[in-house]
Design a protein. Structure first.
Length: 230
């Protein structure tokens, strides 16, 4: 079966987004920068479907931002996506929020970083290949003193963590670091695009809904009093 119509959810950052994409076309998308209860997110989902001219029955697959990112948003996206995929009996595509940021920049060597709070970032690095992107550094949680080595070459940064730590990253990688492309966040349209590209090149056929798992990378969400210096 050729999967062509995706519903995509991305709730891992403060900018929550939902999109319906058919092949390589965005039929409708919606963003919300205000924290939303799950009831509001369901309403947004139905609004996007309405504007796209599609119904749940028209969907071929679901894709969602699996993280890393905010615990509540990632967990909520996974839960909604699993419920829909189970009820509709269609494939589910978990997509890394760090990898989807590669679609916001021209083909190049790119380090994607998201602010993880607690003086840490979520980090991964990707290089361009003939088939798209190859992961050079797997997603990880990093503090200021445990940033990994970068391979030689020119690298650009993208994501909230890259903007927040720009000067620190320049000092850590003085010969490779070429600066930051600002203002880029993970978005549902990128989630759908990555899932579609994987499906078309045969690298991913999706998973059964029950097998989908968020990518948290961190086991706790707050510093202790001692760590906060209290």
């Amino acid at each position: 079966m050729t999967t062509t119509t995706f519903l995509a959810l991305e709730f891992s950052t403060p900018l929550a987004s939902v999109a319906v994409c058919h092949q390589n076309h965005v039929l409708a998308s919606l963003e919300d920068s205000q924290p939303s209860p799950s009831e509001r997110l369901w309403q947004q989902l139905h609004e996007v479907l309405h504007h796209s001219g599609k119904s749940l029955a028209n969907l071929d697959a679901i894709a969602f931002g699996a993280g890393p990112g905010g615990f509540t948003g990632v967990r909520l996206a996974c839960g909604i996506a699993q419920g829909l995929a189970l009820s509709l009996k269609i494939p589910l595509f978990p997509v890394s929020t760090l990898e989807c940021l590669t679609l916001t920049v021209p083909p190049s060597r790119v380090v994607t970083l998201l602010d993880a709070r607690m003086n840490q970032v979520y980090l991964a690095a990707y290089d361009t290949t003939a088939d798209g992107w190859s992961c050079v550094l797997e997603p990880r949680l990093c503090g200021p003193h445990d940033l990994p080595d970068l391979p030689s070459g020119d690298w650009i940064g993208v994501g909230s963590g890259a903007e927040l730590w720009h000067e620190l990253l320049r000092q850590r990688w003085p010969h490779q670091w070429q600066g930051v492309i600002p203002g880029q966040v993970p978005h549902a349209t990128q989630i759908a695009q990555l899932a579609r590209l994987r499906l078309e090149n045969g690298s991913d056929q999706g998973v059964e809904a029950r097998q989908a798992q968020p990518l948290y990378l961190r086991q706790r969400v707050a510093l202790t009093r001692a760590e906060r210096g209290k």
